[in-house]
Design a protein around this ligand. Structure first.
Ligand code: EPZ
Length: 422
């Protein structure tokens, strides 16, 4: 395993280019590999562990995938493989995305039941409910989900769960509905930018979907879909993460390749906390003219403040003057990073879904451990802002969602070294 050694205290300066969205490229690659009848080419694909893992799942199903300088060439499945095995699904929950497309394309699927992870149990009941409403027979036994259907038939359904819309269930059912008979209406659909990018891609493949960006998607089933060429939307969460990196180090950073429309709530909350954002057509200039101010943040589905930015915001608010609160409404257990930040001198108290953050004048370097990719990211941010040396271990979590994070940060003046843990 590897760790990052961070020498804190440097103010980041310069320009960083945001890569393609992890949470968009994953469902889009599944659609390309299973639903299309010809080759698709995806551009602006980030070089992430999750993309490699998903490629292995799709190749296991019979697709062939070639990566060539930032693009993925995806040849759809030509075998009747319909099983996504445990050893791959357990590495990445998004493998569940193959369930709906396989049932729609092959009439059957066998996918390992995805495990929970550090941020909560991560159920898939909405995925299963949506496919059953389309007419699939779904059975869960011995750790696998078995689904089959002669033909999927469109229906008007509401996919809202107890925590609101589900990104994964929306993607899974949406992809299945593209080849179903008749019209499907998905109410309570997730509206995240990665869902909109998936809708764009599916329509470019010949699907017939209305309602992009809204919580009601109408899908008129088609007989077949073809490959297409698509440039993946930039990663809203990577952009937010680097904006926090600029702010937490009191730096002067230009984050290139993001628009305010993609990150309305991140933009609003950073501004409220005293971060100055000068938006240009190609990106945003981040500085902190005065001091950081304490604010209250609640994570909710898009267009609200995203749960995937919760950890990063907690790190930033640890250094704001006054008492902030963060309420995590999406995942049930996503505060593990609080204890690690407290090891660095932060003053964070947890009360159920709420974190109370008492701002401190400075953080101090310490050995800390990443527990999920966003928790890992905030520990790197805090390490750069802290006095002294911080080591972040278990950085395989970070590599799942950030392409060579230390290279991008060192190009902005950070002092980070990746080493093998002895
Ligand atoms: C996606 O996960 C993202 N992952 C997550 O990002 C993100 O945190 C999450 O959406 C919320 O935005 C990918 O896109 C690959 P959900 P997903 O279904 O689809 C409950 C990251 O950091 N729920 O929108 O699994 C669930 O427990 C990762 O990049 C059900 O109850 O999230 C949660 O409380 C972490 N039943 C809420 O809904 C279901 O069938 C939202 O989950 C499905 C979900």
């Amino acid at each position: 395993m590897q760790k990052l050694i961070i020498n804190g205290g440097t103010r980041l300066k310069g320009k960083v280019k945001i890569g393609g969205s992890k949470n968009a490229v994953l469902p889009i690659a599944v659609a390309a590999a299973i639903l299309g009848d010809s080759v698709s080419v995806l551009h602006n694909v980030p070089n992430l562990t999750d993309v490699k893992t998903l490629s292995a799942v799709l190749e296991g199903l019979g697709a062939s995938i070639t990566r060539k300088n930032g693009s993925l060439y995806i040849e759809p499945i030509n075998r009747m493989e319909y099983e996504a095995p445990y050893e791959l699904v357990r590495q990445m929950r998004a493998s569940i995305y193959v369930l709906g497309p396989l049932v729609a394309k092959l009439g059957k699927a066998k996918v390992s039941f995805p495990g929970g992870c550090a941020i909560g149990p991560r159920p898939v009941d909405l995925h299963i409910r949506g496919l059953e409403q389309l007419g699939a027979n779904v059975d869960v036994k011995k750790g696998y989900i078995y689904a089959q259907a002669e033909r999927l038939v469109g229906v008007d359904m509401d996919l809202t769960g107890q925590h609101g819309p589900s990104v994964g269930a929306t993607a899974n059912v949406l992809m299945a509905a593209t080849l179903a008979e008749g019209t499907t209406v998905i109410r309570g659909a997730a509206r995240e930018p990665h869902i909109s990018d998936l809708v764009k891609f599916l329509n470019a493949m010949g699907a017939d979907i209305d309602g992009i960006g809204t919580s009601v998607l109408t899908i008129r089933g088609v007989k077949q879909m073809h490959g297409t060429e698509h440039s993946v939307v930039s990663d809203d969460i990577e952009a937010g993460t680097f904006m926090v990196a600029g702010a937490i180090t009191d730096g002067d950073v230009f984050v290139e390749g993001i628009t305010q429309k993609q990150i309305p709530a991140i933009s609003e909350k950073l501004t409220e906390a005293g971060v100055q954002l000068d938006w240009k057509t190609t990106g945003v200039h981040v500085t902190v003219p005065k001091e950081l101010k304490a604010i209250d943040v609640t994570t909710v589905p898009f267009p609200g403040f995203p749960t995937d930015m919760q950890a990063q915001m907690m790190g930033l608010l640890s250094l704001a003057s006054g008492t902030s609160t963060i309420t995590e409404n999406v995942h049930t257990d996503r505060f593990i990073h609080a204890a690690e930040l407290n090891r660095m001198g932060a003053d964070i108290r947890l009360e159920g879904r709420k974190a109370i953050i008492q701002g401190v004048p400075f953080l101090s370097g310490a050995p800390v451990m990443a527990s999920d990719l966003r928790a890992g990211a905030v520990l790197v941010m805090a390490g750069m802002a802290a006095a002294g040396e911080t080591t972040v271990s278990r950085i395989y979590h970070i590599d799942r969602g950030y392409e060579s994070i230390e290279t991008k940060l060192n190009n902005l003046g950070a002092d980070i070294v990746r080493v093998n843990e002895n």
